[in-house]
Design a protein around this ligand. Structure first.
Ligand SMILES: Nc1ncnc2c1ncn2[C@@H]1O[C@H](COP(=O)(O)OP(=O)(O)OP(=O)(O)O)[C@@H](O)[C@H]1O
Ligand code: SF4
Ligand SMILES: [Mg+2]
Length: 426
């Protein structure tokens, strides 16, 4: 991102999660599911980063890793590294990344890389979530929250709403009992529920209302970063728009940062400032939302976007249908992981893994169609890259920010919080 951008809240670098596969009578390790295999991106203060990709590509695992809900196999997630530390990280990874592959294959690091590794370790001790001790991590938990897809499954059916929302406050000993009660009422108001709702159980609510309770609970400890894992996928369209409105309203009000995981590309476009596209555990493209949706560069992204329906019958877009199934993450294809399904595959693709390079300003892609020497290409080259997918936003009217809607058809539903401002107002 350009100089003068808001501070970085979360910076993932080379994060990996390999789940062991066990088999045989003695349950010995027979392989690994490479769910997340070296993912790097940043989330800035007040920003929404969308995370998209087919089922099983590792989105939820990335979300959990960024919150340290599961331990990584390797890599770091830095929490609030100051700008000078970010600059050092860029320089250090610039030295270390080229050697990482060699080291994975049993090679040794050269001397200059060892010094960089030592400096990285010192930074990690201070800023990496994965190096925090129990106590420090517990203190950070309130700042890092998650909202799940299934609001029913994530709320205890035996607890009153007031206790569900107050639970994180109690665990973290936040305030006295009376203060906690006041905070629960305040949180219910923030998500558009009434004070009397606190005396109900989760089954007494509609799906949208239950998701509001999940959001209120996530907000209880005044978080800075929230992973929204398909927060509206289980809801019908009108209720989806209400929940998205609430999330955006809260973001504007509290300067929250979101990782927004969704299959619904139209929603991702409306919600996010930047988008990360994953395939089989890897980031294949990463860009500002405008750049990604107007000029997707990776063949996989182009296929994903070509599947978005156009509501105007006069407008036609050729749909790219990918052949074959997604390969198993336990045995990913060598070279480019997408080569077994790519319509533009070349001989080099099955042999050499393409690095993720910046070929347009703030637009990164991992594909041999864009050679490494194009990294940091001049604007003239960048302007010629890719095939514009759509002439204008009008080709995707369903992508405009959700309008504030009528309240849900559920008992005692109050009006949702203030309508959101349109993109043009921001
Ligand atoms: N605890 C686990 N043990 C073993 N494998 C796991 C575990 N959790 C996830 N996986 C595997 O890791 C891969 C990525 O899973 P993940 O849930 O992150 O995908 P996803 O992109 O969120 O998919 P979806 O869109 O369906 O939610 C899958 O192959 C999954 O089976
Ligand atoms: S590297 Fe090759 S196989 Fe992979 S997306 Fe690019 S063209 Fe397709
Ligand atoms: Mg998931």
């Amino acid at each position: 991102m350009a100089a003068g951008s808001p501070p970085v809240v979360i910076a993932a670098r080379n994060v990996r999660k390999w789940f062991p596969i066990r088999g045989g009578v003695f349950s010995t390790k027979v392989g690994d599911v490479r769910a997340v295999d070296g993912v790097s991106f940043d989330v800035h203060e007040g920003e929404t980063v969308g995370l998209v990709g087919e089922s099983g590509c590792g989105k939820t695992t990335v979300g959990r890793l960024l919150l340290r809900l599961i331990e990584p196999s390797s890599g770091h997630t830095f929490y609030r590294p100051p700008p000078d530390v970010m600059a050092r990280l860029e320089a250090l990874y610039g030295v270390l990344n080229p050697y990482a592959e060699a080291q994975n294959n049993g090679g040794t690091l050269p001397a200059d890389a060892s010094a960089s590794l030592h400096e990285l370790d010192e930074i990690a001790k201070q800023y990496s979530l994965y190096r925090k001790k129990n106590r420090a991590m517990r203190d950070l938990r309130g700042k890092l929250q998650i909202v799940f897809q299934d609001p029913f499954g994530s709320l205890s059916p035996r607890m009153l709403v007031r206790d569900i929302i107050a639970e994180p406050l109690e665990i973290h000993h936040a305030g006295r009992r009376a203060e906690r009660r006041r905070r629960v009422t305040e949180l219910l108001g923030q998500v558009g529920l009434n004070p009397e709702h606190e005396w109900r159980f989760p089954h007494e609510f509609s799906g949208g209302q239950r998701q509001r309770i999940g959001i209120a609970r996530a907000l209880a400890l005044r978080p800075e970063f929230i992973v929204l894992d398909e927060p509206t996928s289980a809801l019908d369209v009108s209720v989806q728009a209400q929940i998205l409105n609430i999330l955006r309203h809260l973001q504007n009000e509290q300067r929250l940062s979101y990782l927004f995981i969704s299959h619904h590309l139209s929603v991702v476009r409306a919600m996010s400032q930047r988008v990360v596209v994953m395939y089989l555990g890897k980031v294949v493209e990463r860009a500002t939302t405008d750049s990604l949706f107007s000029t997707p560069l990776h063949p996989y992204t182009q296929a994903l976007l070509s599947a978005i329906p156009i509501p105007d019958p006069d407008l036609k877009r050729e749909r790219i249908v990918l052949q074959g199934d997604v390969p198993s993450p336990a045995a990913p294809p060598p070279g480019c992981r997408f080569h077994t399904r790519c319509p533009a595959v070349m001989p080099v693709c099955s042999k050499v893994e393409p690095p993720l390079i910046e070929v347009r300003p703030d637009h990164f892609v991992a594909c041999h169609l864009y050679p490494a020497e194009w990294s940091g290409a001049p604007a003239s080259r960048a302007a010629t890259l890719g095939t514009p997918l759509a002439e204008s936003h009008d080709a995707f009217p369903e992508l405009r920010p959700p309008e504030p809607l009528e309240s849900e058809a559920a008992p005692s539903e109050p009006a949702p919080p203030e309508p959101l401002r349109s993109d043009a107002d921001r």
